[in-house]
Design a protein around this ligand. Structure first.
Ligand code: SF4
Ligand code: SF4
Length: 432
């Protein structure tokens, strides 16, 4: 239940968010119809304008930062950044939310499991490898299947655990020893770096395998940089800003010290973080490094579109089934990579491929949102499944591991005959 707003105005208050960015909001409300949590709740507070209002109230000392209302509505945001696309005033909502969540973690210490995940697990290759072995073995001995089957029942008593169980992928590959360089056996045309990532290389490691294979076939040597694990995206959304900035510094410096001038991500959320480094280090002694790094960073679909669109179109590849495209929020809203994947898909399939009709609205995955907010996530997935059914899609292509797992869960549980694939998986399945 909402608590009454407590009025108190400390004499020496510290701004906890960038006030200039906060004051850019003119309260017009144009972002409301674009906001998934406003759409499903119909309320003002779980909307961009409502959340900005709460941030401002805390910033101005009219609301305690320990307020439960404040925490509830700021944590219920998907950080999908659809509001940024809709906003005529250029409000940098994602940036403000990252600062807000850092502050919330200072007021209410996060639980030990959360602290372990964001401070100890995601940046540690050996712990991630142990998780990978454990998850893969679980999938081999039928625990994965049991997890998916009993997840809905468990969810009634233990919502987060049940929701996580339902996401367990049907197919998992065992951990592999990653090489620092995967050399092409074609005529070499260049070197590229690839972010293998943290959780993505556990539950959807085949996307990395396939990306390496496709880039090798196109003539690139692929550098993976063994010391780079996590880009910091998951941590910064969860309010672990300092840890994420440290990961960012290491990643940028490692790429800077290499021969690489093209660095590729195949997960939309990670790619958005890489491109945001320039923003995060603005005004610091890392600004120039971050700007140089930004110029090297591409999403895989953006890179293939820029360099190989004509080659792919001339290959006359054959795809069997009607393809639709689901845009990941962090590709569409955060990176503004909107039409390139569609044009790439048209080149690959030789036929018209369209965005799903409500493409700008999140599928409910949003990092760990589908585990932390299972009910709302389910409502958003339900909407997305209806759109997929209405579009008569046989293959749904996306550019983010989280969306992939979420949509695969939807298709599996509704028993729909729809293949959900990453764009490089589709390409790998038809390219020779
Ligand atoms: S980031 Fe997404 S969920 Fe959060 S306020 Fe903006 S539109 Fe709504
Ligand atoms: S965030 Fe942008 S669109 Fe939303 S109310 Fe503020 S100015 Fe308007």
């Amino acid at each position: 239940m909402a608590e009454p707003v407590q009025i108190s105005m400390p004499a020496d208050r510290d701004a906890f968010v960038d006030e200039k960015k906060l004051l850019a909001c003119i309260h017009c409300g144009l972002c409301l119809p674009a906001c998934p949590t406003h759409i499903i709740s119909g309320q003002e507070m779980p909307s961009p304008r409502g959340r900005l209002y709460l941030m401002r109230a805390v910033d101005e000392g009219r609301l305690e930062s320990s307020s439960e209302t404040f925490a509830e509505h700021e944590w219920s945001c998907l950080v999908c950044r659809a509001c940024e696309t809709a906003c005529p005033s250029g409000v940098e909502f994602g940036y403000l939310m990252e600062q807000t969540r850092e502050r919330l973690n200072q007021v209410h210490e996060p639980p030990a499991t959360k602290r372990f995940i964001y401070s100890k697990l995601l940046n540690d290759a050996s712990k991630l490898r142990a998780l990978h072995w454990a998850s893969w073995l679980a999938s081999r001995v039928g625990i994965g299947a049991a997890s998916r089957a009993f997840g809905p029942m468990v969810q009634k008593a233990l919502p987060r655990m049940g929701s996580a169980m339902r996401l367990f992928p049907k197919r998992m590959d065992p951990p592999r020893h990653r090489l620092p360089i995967y050399k092409t056996d074609q005529r070499k045309i260049g070197d590229v770096g690839l972010l293998l990532g943290c959780i993505g290389d556990v539950f959807t490691s085949r996307i990395n395998d396939v990306t390496i294979r496709v880039l090798n076939r196109l003539g690139y040597d692929v550098h993976t940089f063994p010391s780079i694990v996590c880009c910091g995206a998951l941590g910064i959304h969860a309010g672990f800003r300092n840890q994420s900035l440290e990961l960012a510094k290491h990643l940028m410096q490692t790429v800077e010290d290499s021969v690489i001038d093209i660095y590729i991500s195949n997960i939309a959320g990670c790619g958005a973080m890489l491109k945001d480094y320039a923003h995060l280090f603005e005004g610091s002694d890392k600004q120039a490094l971050a700007e140089r790094f930004r110029a090297k960073t591409f999403d895989i679909s953006e890179f293939l579109h820029a360099k190989h669109l004509d080659d792919l179109a001339s290959m006359q590849l054959k795809v069997h089934g009607k393809v639709s495209y689901h845009a990941a929020c962090h590709l569409y809203h955060a990176q503004k990579v909107t039409d390139q994947p569609l044009e790439l898909l048209r080149a690959i399939t030789g036929s018209e491929v369209k965005h799903l009709p409500d493409n700008e609205i999140c599928c409910g995955s949003a990092g760990s949102y589908n585990i932390e907010h299972p009910i709302e996530s389910e409502q958003l997935l339900e909407r997305k499944m209806k759109v997929i059914e209405d579009a008569l899609a046989e293959i749904v292509v996306t550019g983010n591991a989280g969306c992939l797992m979420q949509l695969q869960k939807g298709v599996r549980e509704k028993r729909r005959n729809v293949a959900v694939m990453h764009i490089v998986e589709l390409l790998d399945s038809v390219i020779t």
